[in-house]
Design a protein around this ligand. Structure first.
Ligand SMILES: [Zn+2]
Length: 105
């Protein structure tokens, strides 16, 4: 994500602490809460959709799974279709095998 000086508008590299144009201090940027929406490989039950939603939004995965199962029973299949859409649409977390480059943390 590009960072711009709030005083002069100069484009700055990510992580810059001072503006190269005017020398103004750049306030620290904090990462977005939660994680990117990816289906984790570890800890999943079926396809990892509930776990992905829980991790991305900071929810409890058990609550998400209970809501998903209850929704599957009482939504005339809508939650099932939404789960399949998440299975197809949410990208799988990159594997973290040793030797994989670049290493993903
Ligand atoms: Zn500046």
């Amino acid at each position: 994500m590009a960072v711009f000086c709030q005083h002069c508008g100069t484009a700055l590299p990510p992580g810059a602490r001072f503006c190269s144009g005017c020398g103004a201090a750049i306030p620290a940027t904090y990462p977005m809460p939660g994680r990117p929406l990816t289906r984790p490989r570890a800890g999943r039950q079926i396809a990892g959709v509930c776990l992905a939603l829980a991790r991305a939004n900071g929810w409890d995965v058990a609550v998400v799974r209970i809501v998903a199962v209850l929704g599957l029973c009482f939504s005339c299949g809508f939650v099932g279709i939404a789960y399949l859409a998440g299975w197809i649409g949410i990208p799988e977390e990159p594997d973290n095998l040793p030797g994989a480059y670049p290493p993903v943390i």
